[in-house]
Design a binder for this molecule. Structure first.
Ligand code: FES
Length: 198
């Protein structure tokens, strides 16, 4: 996958203003950095792969870590979230992840992941590089009754579903990037390592 250039999201991320927080349901529940952030930040500074412990990441929540100066979003999708993915095809620009540059081969599917319950994305909008906001709630007032949860970019209004797939008719041209990663164990995701390198 082509490396994502330095951009607005990266700058915001590095200054700390765009670090996402876990959020469940209709309201956002701000949480402190999860413990995975600190070692991730150190590893990120060295350009190394980054481990994300997901064993305690509750269903519906997202954690953000840094990898190569970019925000990486890791979402523990609920069964309900996974169920909604196939129903959105008509509204999406690339529902089956056919644009090969946006994900490794293993994520060339509708859920865009190695395991359906865990979504891993580079949190950089494919329009002009802002950091999309995690909006898991269904039909919030500001996003309308059709909204089934996903990511909303506050800069110019691009919308992505809970697999990072871009909606039709928004400024962003492609799905959010899925980085290379592996499961080092059942509850440990290693960002930045391809399976053949493990
Ligand atoms: S940067 Fe996200 S919509 Fe423009």
């Amino acid at each position: 996958m082509a490396e994502v250039p330095v951009n607005t999201a990266r700058r915001r991320f590095l200054t700390g203003s765009a670090v996402a927080v876990g959020a469940v349901g209709a309201g956002f529940a701000t949480v402190p950095f999860l413990s995975s952030f600190e070692p991730s930040a150190r590893a990120e500074a060295a350009g190394a792969p980054v481990d994300v412990a997901v064993g305690k990441l509750a269903a519906g929540q997202m954690v953000t870590v840094a990898w190569r100066g970019q925000p990486i979003y890791v979402v523990h999708r609920t069964p309900k979230m996974i169920e909604t993915l196939p129903s959105l095809d008509q509204q999406l620009a690339d529902p089956n992840s056919k644009v090969a540059s946006q994900q490794p081969k293993f994520a060339d599917n509708f859920y865009r992941a190695r395991k359906q319950e865990f979504l891993v994305l580079i949190g950089v909008c494919t329009h002009l590089g802002c950091a999309p906001t995690y909006r898991p709630e269904v039909a919030p007032k500001d996003l309308g009754p059709e909204w089934m949860g996903g990511f909303f970019c506050p800069c110019h209004g691009s919308k992505f579903d809970l697999a990072g797939r871009v909606y039709k008719g928004v400024p962003a041209p492609t799905n959010l990037y899925v980085p290379e990663y592996i499961f080092a164990s059942d509850d440990l995701i290693r960002i930045g390592v391809a399976e053949k390198q493990a």
